[in-house]
Design a protein around this ligand. Structure first.
Ligand code: ATP
Length: 581
């Protein structure tokens, strides 16, 4: 399959904002590809070479890519760099210069998808002495046989800028439309939720149809999208929704991990699919050593504890474990325990469809006793008074609140979904605001006065999965200490763009735009109708959206959340609804 045909499709997708049209373009393409090529094309369409849970190590610097462009196009490095300063994107520079060069090499070898994949994998694997030079030459080699559009996407992929606009939901729609009918769509999504590997699902579907997709089960080594909780504003409502009886667990304030354990290996994944094994290697070893049976996938919250008393410590302590360097010291200085709350696979058996209480029983017997591994504290409650007592106990033990879990027979583990089988109730709910918001940074305003020369405020957005776009909720300028103000450029500038990203819907125009990447936790006084903000625009009032009044940064950077996992527009509408009652 020629890569030029794929690049032409990426170009058409980039040119439309209609999700339906994107689906139809992709679906036409998917139906023509052999299964293994389809798998690669699905990864490439997301700017990746592997499933999301593989660390993507392609990242070439813009400067290195510019050298490859200069080498291929024959234009000087100076000209290439000037154009880059103007355009801001090496992909656009490559496209312009390769178009201008026009005459392609006489003996150019056709660029197939397989060759592109092989070349990019080689770039990724290249390390050691002279690796930068060798990476540059490998890219130049691919660019040599590329036309303008192909080179645009090659350069975007290697610099981590590939955003043609078709998110994972659109790819799933296109797969369903190519290989199944509408009724197959939920099964295809389920397969994606339990593997986090869109390429695998695509290849399985193209090769074996819906029967093969139904056969996809949770598997050690493939992280599973986590189940999420709904929220309600009072324990009385929680108990009402649970029909008077449920399990309540402490809601620990730590870092959620999903552990994939066998007798010989163990990997811990964050909810964002990052590999955290190294950060919690003490916990990882304990889980492996004390596992009974052959293999398991379990979930729990890693919480910092006081070494002597075992008392739980605030969330800030456990964040020291997320650092990239000095892990040995962090492990010594910040001891943690894992509080297990679910099991998804045991000895090869997928147990996600087993009811909660059975899973809990299975979890309790999966490990031999050790101090570092604990079961989450749980009690069955049958009245608001009992719930209240458990909540008070949880908060005095240093927890954020409680997680209510349904004990009905249908209380299965719903990978990747937020529903009322789990309901969270936090101590913050006692204050005026129902919950904190996790919002993506989409822009920044230069500071004035004491903040002159730095970013003074940020434009914050919520995600709308239906529209696959970010809509603004507030301009955030409060809650930043000096250290955070200083850290902002390092945190944000790599994602600066010269214009409003296509997937951001905003009436406000900041001084600098960013591709949504960084998520911050924000609190505020209340949600109110706002003519400036675009979240839920037109839903409650024509010409108005919802904005967060008096927003304040809590100090917590949610690096465990991807921007698509920021508080969704549906959740914001739900919180607005609760506020009014
Ligand atoms: P969400 O996960 O709902 O998107 P969030 O990440 O901001 O939101 P919270 O709203 O605070 O987190 O609550 C959900 C999180 O609580 C879970 O993702 C998990 O990390 C944590 N948690 C702590 N204790 C438990 C427990 N006993 N059962 C399930 N989750 C728990």
């Amino acid at each position: 399959m020629l890569y030029s045909a794929i690049a032409a499709v990426f170009d058409r997708i980039e040119g439309t904002s209609s999700r339906l049209e994107m689906t139809s373009i992709l679906s036409d393409l998917f139906g023509t590809l052999p299964p293994a090529v389809l798998r690669d094309v699905v990864y490439l369409s997301q700017g990746k070479l592997h499933p999301d849970f593989f660390p993507q190590k392609l990242g070439m610097s813009d400067k290195l890519v510019l050298r490859a462009i200069s080498l291929t196009s024959g234009f000087s490095e100076d000209r290439t760099e000037k154009l880059w300063i103007k355009e801001g994107d090496p992909g656009t520079v490559a496209e312009m210069l390769i178009k201008e060069k026009k005459q392609m090499a006489l003996f150019s070898e056709p660029l197939t998808v397989q060759r592109v994949m092989k070349g990019l994998l080689l770039i990724e694997e290249t390390d050691g002495k002279d690796s930068q030079e060798r990476k540059m030459k490998l890219l130049a080699n691919l660019l040599h046989d590329s036309g303008p559009i192909e080179s645009r996407y090659l350069c975007r992929i290697v610099t981590g800028r590939m955003r043609v606009g078709a998110g994972s939901m659109t790819v799933l729609d296109a797969l369903a439309s190519s290989f199944a009918d509408k009724s197959g769509r939920p099964e295809i999504e389920r397969a994606f939720n339990v593997t986090c590997d869109m390429g695998l699902v695509a290849e399985t579907l193209a090769a074996g149809g819906m029967d093969a997709v139904r056969g996809i089960k949770v598997k050690v080594g493939n992280p599973i999208k986590v189940m999420l909780a709904e929220r309600l504003p009072s324990l009385a409502e929680v108990m009402g929704r649970m029909e008077g009886r449920c399990a309540m667990e402490y809601k620990y304030d730590g870092i959620r991990v999903q552990a994939h354990i066998t007798k010989d290996s163990v990997r811990l994944y964050s909810r964002r699919l990052e590999d955290l094994t190294d950060n919690f290697r003490d916990i990882a070893s304990l889980l492996k050593e004390s596992l009974k049976g052959t293999e398991a996938i379990v979930e729990g919250e890693c919480v910092s504890v006081d070494a002597k008393s075992g008392k739980m410590l605030p969330f800030q302590e456990v964040t020291h474990r997320r650092r990239k360097h000095g892990m040995e010291d962090a492990i010594k200085d910040y001891p943690v325990r894992i509080f297990l709350f679910d099991i998804l696979q045991r000895d090869g058996e997928d147990v996600t469809q087993m009811p909660y209480l059975k899973r809990r029983e299975m979890l309790a017997s999966a490990f031999s006793g050790t101090e570092g591994i604990q079961m989450s504290n749980m009690r069955i409650v049958s009245s608001v008074q009992e719930a209240d007592a458990f909540f008070t106990e949880a908060v005095s033990a240093g927890c954020e609140g409680i997680m209510a879990k349904s004990v009905s027979d249908v209380s299965v583990y719903r990978a990747g979904s937020r529903g009322f089988l789990w309901i969270k109730y936090k101590k913050d709910y006692h204050s005026d605001m129902i919950d904190t918001f996790d919002l993506a940074v989409v822009g920044a305003f230069y500071g004035m006065g004491k903040r002159k020369g730095r970013y003074g405020a940020l434009l914050m957005a919520s995600y709308d999965p239906e529209m696959q776009s970010y809509v603004t909720v507030c301009k955030l300028g409060t809650g930043f200490d000096d250290a955070f103000l200083d850290s902002m450029p390092g945190l944000l500038d790599a994602r600066k763009t010269d214009r409003r990203p296509n997937n951001v819907d905003s009436k406000m125009v900041p001084d600098v735009w960013f591709d949504p990447t960084v998520v911050l936790e924000v609190t505020g006084a209340e949600l109110s109708l706002s003519p400036i903000h675009t979240a839920a625009a037109g839903v409650f009032k024509e010409d108005a959206g919802l904005g967060l009044r008096f927003p304040r940064f809590t100090g917590r950077v949610r690096d465990d959340k991807s921007p698509e996992e920021s508080t969704s527009v549906a959740e914001i509408m739900e919180i607005y609804g609760m506020q009014k009652t």
